[in-house]
Ligand binder design. Structure first.
Ligand SMILES: [Zn+2]
Length: 410
């Protein structure tokens, strides 16, 4: 949809303020959670609020919030939390997370301009990406008590420090109070896939966030001389792994009617030498879906495939489940309201699942939660080439704003 030039200019201004922070030589950004670079992002966020006369505060785990004191609700009043994150992966893009923060600031601006006292708080959640501690949604997970992370304090960052140590240094609390008063949690995010682009839609209303089930599979054969060992006398771990990788692809394909996917994303070969038969291989398997029964079937098939292939190839194996997060449904009510808003604004839209995880997952159990996706070019994300248009961010924010306006009228 068409947006007034001042909205586009303001959104561009906001985007530019974050642009250079954490920039790398290769053209991307590295803004890891709970580092000085992420701190800087939060400082800029607060400063941008201050420019507009908004107030800010930080919670016990370092998440930052800003709001317009002119429509500050009483202590006990409920508010809309419009949030996302300001950290990134290593060599990531500039739209993941930041788009949602820009949307929040636009909403505050529009409400002020229209003289509407909508109780909005814009939140920047800490450490959404797993790139620093190997765990995702740390900031939002801790304050909602939705951490699927019993041993989160022991998670170690890239410098070898545990989260507990980092929290101690920063004066944060590993056991914060649960966040109170959130009426609805709303998050705008780039899609990170190419569904919207393929269908030429401007907005996606998220139905369910897929839950990842992850496994590490260790395969042990025998590392022997590649010249001196006849073909019939080998136990090649990489050949077994290769069969398994293709079988996992099949499993994903068979379950794709349920919108499930299965990927082997990492392969570690040892000794990884040209003249040695691969003795050990470690595979990282990522299975995701929105249908628990489908995920169960995929897991069962993975189990039997490991057994069958490794027995046939006379290699040993060990399978470890590294993550098991159930699919998380977004609020039906919020979905309906966002769909109605998109329809009213005549923005081409569709309901869709989220294959990637988001802070919204943390909130789904404590309040009404919804997500709005906007397209990103060619579906590329977690990459310096990540790109979304400022107009798309405005489109998504408008849908949320329209929903707020309707709520105010009721
Ligand atoms: Zn993100």
């Amino acid at each position: 949809m068409k947006h007034p030039i001042q909205d586009i200019e303001y959104a561009e201004y906001l985007f530019d303020k974050f642009y250079s922070i954490g920039s790398t030589e290769n053209g991307g950004v590295t803004r890891l959670g709970y580092t000085a670079v992420e701190d800087e992002m939060h400082e800029v966020f607060v400063a941008l609020g201050k420019e507009k006369g908004y107030e800010s505060y930080t919670d016990e785990v370092g998440n930052t919030y800003i709001y317009n004191p002119a429509c500050k609700s009483d202590e006990d009043d409920e508010y809309y939390l419009v949030a996302s994150h300001l950290d990134s992966v290593v060599e990531g893009g500039r739209y993941d997370g930041v788009s949602g923060i820009i949307a929040g600031l636009l909403l505050l601006e529009w409400a002020k301009r229209d003289g509407l006292e909508i109780p909005i708080r814009v939140g920047a959640m800490r450490c959404e990406e797993s790139s620093n501690f190997g765990r995702s949604t740390i900031g939002s997970g801790l304050i909602t008590k939705e951490v699927y992370k019993h041993d989160i304090g022991e998670a170690v960052n890239r410098e070898g420090k545990t989260l507990s140590e980092v929290f101690k240094e920063r004066g944060y609390n590993m056991e914060p109070k649960r966040i109170q008063g959130v009426k609805e949690y709303l998050e705008l995010h780039i899609e990170q896939g190419k569904v919207l682009e393929e269908y030429d839609d401007s907005i996606g209303i998220v139905t369910t966030v897929a839950g990842p089930r992850r496994f590490r599979i260790y395969i042990k054969g025998s590392a022997e001389h590649s010249g001196a060992t006849p073909m019939g006398m080998r136990s090649d771990a990489l050949c077994a792994a290769s069969e398994l990788i293709l079988e996992i692809e099949e499993i994903g394909k068979d379950e794709s009617i349920y919108q499930s996917v299965a990927t082997v994303g990492t392969v570690k070969v040892s000794p990884n030498a040209l003249n040695v038969i691969p003795g050990e291989v470690t595979l990282g398997v990522d299975m995701r879906g929105i249908d628990s029964a489908s995920l169960d079937r995929m897991e069962a098939r993975l189990k039997s495939a490991c057994k069958k292939i490794c027995e046939k190839r006379k290699v040993k194996y060990y399978r470890e489940k590294t993550s098991d997060i159930p699919p998380i449904a977004m609020s039906m009510d919020v979905q309906q309201k966002l769909l109605r808003a998109a329809k009213k604004l005549r923005i081409p839209h569709r309901s869709m699942i989220s294959g990637a995880g988001h802070d919204a997952m943390s909130f789904a159990n404590i309040c009404e939660t919804g997500m709005v996706f906007i397209p990103c070019a060619k579906g590329i994300s977690h990459n310096k080439k990540e790109f979304a248009t400022i107009e798309s961010i405005c489109d998504g924010a408008q849908v949320i704003y329209e929903h707020f306006k309707e709520e105010m009228e009721v």
